[in-house]
Design a protein around this ligand. Structure first.
Ligand code: SAH
Length: 236
C-alpha cells in the first residue's frame, strides 16, 4: 500500500504527503474491519480497493479544474466514495456526505472521528428531502455522486443542491454516453447543461469509467426533487 498507492496516484499527477498516505491506510483498514459486520463494499482485496475505490474516486479531479476550496456534497456516498478520497487530497474542501442508509452513516461518523475530521458532516437523509431544504438547496459549488442511480434519476437527486454556476460530476461506467442521451430532457428541466463527458481507463485493465460534467445554468424549478421514491419510479 505505502508504495503502490503513491505510484498509482502519481499517474493522476498527484504527489501524496505522508499524512495523506496514512489517511488512505486508515480509511482502507476501517473499511475492511467494518465490512465484516456491515455491507460496505464488495471489494476485499487491497489492490482492488486502491484502484476501484481510491483511484476511481479521484478521476473527478481530471475532468474539472478544482481550486481545493469548494463546498462539495457527495450524494449516496455509501462508505465515503468519492467524497473521502477527494477530501484527503484537498483538505480545505467543505465536504458534506449524504446517505439514506443509517448503518453506513454510522461507519462514516466513526471514520471521521478516527481521522480527526470534525468539520466534515455525514448526514443520514434522502436526496428527495434534503434537496428541498433551504440549508442545502442550491448551496454547493460541486456535487459528486458514484453508483447511486441511472442518470435521469440521479440528476433529479443531485442538481437541486448545485448553485447556479456550479457543477455536478456524475461518476459513471461504460454506459455514460447513452445515459447522457436518456437524461437530456431531465437535465434541461432541472436547470443543467452537459458540459463535458470524459472517459478513462482504470490501471491494470480494471475497466473503463466516464465522468460527466453537468453545469448548473438556471435555478431548479421548486417542484424538483419530487417526493421520496418518485424520481426513481417515474424518471423525468
Ligand atoms: N457512492 C458509493 C456508494 C454507492 S451505493 C460508492 O460508489 O461506493 C449507493 C448508495 O446510495 C447507497 O449507500 C444508498 O443508501 C444511497 N442512496 C440511494 N438512493 C439514495 C437517495 N435517494 N438519497 C440518499 N442516498 C441514497
Amino acid at each position: 500500500m505505502s508504495d503502490f498507492l503513491p505510484n498509482l496516484l502519481s499517474e493522476l499527477g498527484l504527489s501524496l504527503t505522508t499524512q495523506q498516505i496514512n489517511q488512505f491506510i486508515i480509511f482502507k483498514e476501517e473499511l475492511l474491519n467494518w465490512n465484516k459486520k456491515i455491507n460496505l463494499t464488495g471489494l476485499t482485496e487491497e489492490k482492488e480497493i486502491i484502484i476501484k475505490h481510491f483511484y476511481d474516486s479521484l478521476l473527478g479531479l481530471k475532468s474539472y479544474e478544482w481550486n481545493g476550496q469548494e463546498k462539495v456534497l457527495d450524494l449516496g456516498t455509501g462508505a465515503g466514495f468519492p467524497g473521502i478520497p477527494l477530501k484527503i487530497i484537498y483538505p480545505s474542501l467543505t465536504m458534506v456526505l449524504v446517505d439514506s442508509l443509517q448503518k453506513r452513516v454510522r461507519f462514516l461518523e466513526h471514520l471521521l472521528k478516527t481521522l480527526c475530521w470534525e468539520e466534515v458532516q455525514a448526514i443520514h437523509g434522502r436526496a428527495e428531502e434534503l434537496g428541498q431544504e433551504k440549508l442545502y438547496r442550491e448551496k454547493f459549488d460541486l456535487v459528486v455522486s458514484r453508483a447511486v442511480a441511472r442518470l435521469p434519476v440521479l440528476v433529479e437527486y443531485c442538481l437541486p443542491f448545485v448553485q447556479v454556476g456550479g457543477v455536478f460530476l456524475a461518476y459513471k461506467g461504460t454506459g455514460g454516453q447513452k445515459e447522457g442521451q436518456e437524461a437530456a430532457k431531465a437535465i434541461e428541466k432541472l436547470g443543467g447543461k452537459i458540459a463535458k463527458l470524459e472517459s478513462f481507463l482504470l490501471p491494470e485493465q480494471r475497466g473503463q469509467r466516464t465522468i460527466m460534467v453537468i453545469k448548473k445554468v438556471k435555478p431548479t424549478p421548486s417542484a424538483y426533487p419530487r417526493r421520496p421514491g418518485v424520481p426513481y419510479k417515474k424518471p423525468l
